[in-house]
Design a protein around this ligand. Structure first.
Ligand code: 1PR
Length: 527
């Protein structure tokens, strides 16, 4: 009997789907006594170290779990599920962990590298384990800001290491008890194979030895983006605009069905898939069941991270029921999203922050980050260039630009907009990104209305200005037209990911061609 500890935070649907896709049935731990009855136990810790331990405590799971682990019974911890095996974590000072493995989990101290460590990195097994049967060194998906270091005290547990500003423990194991820092359920075929070894209780395969690289590197991510909205017939379609105008001869462009396209991109090697519900600002997203269904159906077959944006904000419906942004996000996470992306509401939150001079603790960014972790909160910025004659003509962050304005201006700032670019605000993208990071956002999705759909390349000046201003990962978006644009953005800026839509939808540039081009230029990618 395979049992899952799910305490209702985060995207556990993907793990369930992965287990089902591998042909296994799963039961849920519903009460403390179920733990000792389980034959194999999976613990996908989600949220923060403190929340995970608190939930285990509140549910009465701590003691039976300690007993189960002490007996060395089959266990797989994932992400926070690995960290909880240690004595404590810098993330939640004073909160005791399960204490099975000696030592503390600490925050990444990765110098110039972005934190969270988010994306696809290699894994170097330190010894043989059936869990790595068939593993050929593929990159696996990580997303975390805290990590355990290999130390003499935990040497007996150390199964694999990964490098990110120094080596950390990416897998631990002693006999039947194992845990991994990566997400096998989000790591494509290689992740599913890993999970399958645990589920099947596989013996060590002959000749399974994989020695691993001397050092591992985080890959630059290639993200396929699906802008989704209802067309004039009311069907949910993937559309694509030119500078955010998605209509052609008055009709909404229809580039395909969301679930089918997402599956195609998964199969073609996209490292991540983003859905943006582009008209959600005027509808109540929780009534938009088709969008939830799109996520549910996608997560059944797509085993890479899924982000959903559009309409993540507080709402009062026609009957006067109030929903918080956290409620909306929770519905998306339950449906299979790993991250939510906040657009218009982030602008409103930052405007309030700048007016009051302090955080409220109650904004969508803060609340969702507290419950689901910083990595689950992406900020989608929709900026537009505003040209000025000189930097002191505005109080906003300006850049000297190589693309002069209509009057030959040599400076510009990047104005935040809301409602899909329909309304410009007195706020620049650099400030927005900085404040959102301070409030707990884990990643920036940086669009450009000027470049969107033009195929003329990313706005390197915008991307450089924003990515330099924050330490969280930045996704460059808008304007990709050929493979060289991807190498250009990775060479000119230190963004962690690049996103494109039109060229993938229209099959002008395959994802594999982008990756082959990057690889030939020595840029780390996931194959
Ligand atoms: O404001 O929280 O409800 O979120 C709305 C979301 O919908 C935001 O993330 C916003 O970027 C997005 N959005 C709103 N209107 C549009 C539109 O196009 N009319 N799409 C829109 C934005 C931009 C990109 C696009 C890239 C790459 N799409 O994500 O996919 O520009 O395109 P390209 O490679 O073809 O150039 P809220």
């Amino acid at each position: 009997m395979l049992s899952l500890i799910d305490y209702g935070a985060g995207n556990v649907r993907s793990l369930r789907n992965a287990i089902h896709a591998l042909g296994y049935a799963l039961t849920d731990i519903a009460r403390p006594e179920d733990i000792l009855r389980a034959e194999r136990l999976i613990f996908p810790g989600v949220g923060s170290f403190g929340t995970a331990m608190q939930r285990l405590h509140d549910l009465g799971y701590l003691e039976p779990l300690r007993e189960y682990l002490a007996a060395g019974r089959p266990f797989l911890g994932i992400c926070i599920g690995l960290q909880c095996l240690f004595e404590g974590s810098e993330e939640s000072p004073g909160v005791a962990g399960l204490g099975l493995i000696p030592g503390q989990v600490g925050r990444f101290d990765a110098g110039d590298l972005a934190v969270p460590h988010m994306g696809w990195n290699g894994v170097r097994p330190r010894r043989d384990s059936p869990l790595f049967n068939g593993y050929r060194g593929e990159k696996l998906y990580f997303v975390h800001s805290y990590r355990a270091l290999p130390e003499p005290a935990n040497a007996a547990w150390s199964l694999a290491g990964t490098d990110y500003g120094g080596e950390f423990l990416s897998a631990v194991q002693q006999d039947k008890v194992a845990a991994v820092q990566f997400h096998p359920e989000k790591s494509g075929e290689a992740g599913l194979r890993f999970l399958d070894q645990f589920l099947a209780d596989a013996p060590l395969a002959a000749g399974a030895r994989y020695q691993g690289p001397r050092s591992t590197r985080l890959a630059k991510r290639i993200i396929a983006c699906l802008d989704v909205r209802a067309n004039d017939a009311g069907d949910l379609v993937v559309t694509k605009g030119d500078q955010y105008d998605v209509r052609e001869q008055g009709r909404v462009r229809n580039l395909g069905k969301p679930v089918d396209l997402a599956r195609r991109y998964y199969e073609e090697g996209a490292d991540e898939i983003t859905f943006l519900n582009i008209t959600a600002f005027r509808d109540f997203p929780l009534r938009d069941q088709p969008m939830l269904e799109v996520l549910e159906r996608t997560s059944e077959k797509v085993f890479v991270p899924l982000t959903i944006g559009g309409g993540i904000r507080a709402f009062t419906d026609a009957d006067g029921h109030e929903y918080s942004a956290l409620d909306v996000a929770a519905a998306y996470f339950r449906s299979g999203a790993d991250k939510v992306s906040i657009g218009s509401d982030a602008v409103a939150i930052v405007e309030r922050f700048l007016r009051d001079g302090r955080p409220t603790g109650a904004s969508a960014i803060e609340r969702i980050a507290q419950v689901y972790g910083n990595q689950a909160v992406v900020i989608s910025i929709d900026p537009r260039r505003v040209y000025v004659a000189a930097p002191d003509a505005t109080r906003h962050h300006t850049v000297r630009t190589q693309i002069p304005g209509p009057q030959g201006e040599q400076f510009c700032w990047f104005q935040c907009t809301v409602k899909g670019g329909r309304e410009g605000r007195d706020l620049d993208a650099v400030t927005l990104a900085q404040v959102c990071e301070r409030l707990g956002a884990g990643e920036i999705l940086l669009n450009s209305i000027d470049q969107d759909g033009t195929g003329a390349g990313f706005d390197l000046e915008l991307i450089e200005a924003v990515s330099r201003a924050v330490t969280i990962p930045v996704i460059a978006s808008s304007g990709a037209g050929r493979v060289a644009h991807f190498s250009e953005v990775f060479a000119a800026t230190d963004v962690e990911a690049a996103l494109a839509a039109g060229i993938f939808h229209r099959r002008e540039v395959p994802i594999a061609a982008v990756k082959a081009h990057l690889e030939s230029g020595g840029i780390e990618i996931r194959n």
